[in-house]
Design a binder for this molecule. Sequence first.
Ligand code: UTP
Ligand code: MN
Length: 507
Amino acid sequence: MVPLKRRKVVPPHTGNTGTGCSEEKASIKFPRVVLFLVERKMGASRRTFLSQLGRRKGFQVEELFSQSVTHVVSENNCGDEVRKWLDSQLRAQDQKPVHLLDISWYTESMRAGHPVEILERHRLQVHFQNDEAKAVVFSVPSYACQRRTTLDNHNTILTDALSLLAEKAELSEEDGRGVAFRRAAAVLKCLPQPVTNMMQLRGLPCLGEHSFRVIKDILENGTSSEVESTQQSERYKALKVLTGIFGVGAKTADRWIRAGIHNLRQLQTSGQTLNQAQRAGLQHYDDLNLPVTKAEADAIGEIVEEAVVSVLPDAQITLIGGFRRGKLTGHDVDLLITHPDEGKEVGLMPKVVSWLQSKGFLLYQKTTINSYLESEEGPRRPSSNMDRFERCFSIFKLQKKVEAAQPETQAENGIQHHKSGCRLWRAVRVDLVVSPISQFAFALLGWTGSKLFERELRRWAGHEKAMSLGSHALYDNRQSRYLRATSEEEIFAHLGLEYIPPSERNA
Ligand code: UTP
Ligand code: MN
């Protein structure tokens, strides 16, 4: 969909504006509003009279219908008739969203001297659904885990805007608001085609008043003023730059901003004490803010696999996170490690880390031990015991693919350096998780994402099934027992959900 703002606006009184008599030449006061009056039932002479009246008041009233028209006004026609007429004028693929309005909107605007706000009573109701015109009213289930969301998003302009507002809320620690925007974006992500008209959104779940306003703004003006002002805001820019440092969250960034720190240079000269993770994050800032490609993720997978099997031969490793959902890039590489014999995986992580360190693959690492224990009474809170795995947050030193013929490289600690000093490696964030085989299916499901899909699975489990789902286990509160599973399919079945494969969990 081309936003209205960016459409070519036909200059007034040239070419197809036809009747522009010299005495009515008034300059266009409202360039974003391009009107067309439907002659059917209105009659030619009344149409001419109303058109001239509009032009005198600075409105752009077109003689012929075209793609540049934004508002279609008719008298005594029902919405279906007007829709049908429009469909006969332009091929479906050439159609742009237009307002179908009753003459009352036009006369009120004439009286006001400007386009008045479009109210529900001004709109013509369209009931029939014409496949060619794609006047589809969408309908989707309300939990993201009931929907199939591929990476094929037909509404990126809208979802990018809502995601930015979600991010802004999260960076301001307004989590509830953040989730609301994430949910709204997720609903639009699963629609089979672009939204062109607010009417199509009727009946969709999770779209609050605020999200509606943002969508409406974009459909009508091509952009959202709230998104634009956020992007320009100094605070938002500073929060983005500072939380772009590995190890820095919203709280720390906020504290620094209040101390007058808005960028990396100010941080470096501020004398603020940084922890080890943050120092590493600052040192590798550019690399870590560069997307990781699937090829790089695979290369890291191979290195970790070599490390894992050399310390525990039958251990298995699985690529999880966004790459498992089919994403082509990500912000990190997530890998899940397990062993077919329960218990064999205990203590594996430190050995893997030592191996990687001895080969010079790690620029930074922090390992946590597994602190998960099932208790007789079940998990204490639904969200407790979520991330209690043996886990390693790390920054890898990944050798870049060297062109076959590139000369003058030498091996040093298994890492290539170019003699001329040109860097042949990049830093990549890698998240390693070890799971006992009994929890593997839950870990796999919990770490494949997307984050919103996971959140919705847990919400579904809690609200609809009285169950507690985590990355370690599923607990049935009514039966007071843990439900076992050896595959993701079994977990979906326990939850009474249709199985959704990873590639369709991109909510
Ligand atoms: P990521 O943050 O890596 O997201 O978490 P992603 O989908 O892979 O996105 P990119 O491509 O890297 O940007 C991956 C999954 O791991 C879970 C999250 O819920 C997400 O589903 N996770 C992450 C946890 O359960 N706990 C954590 O502490 C971190
Ligand atoms: Mn990831």
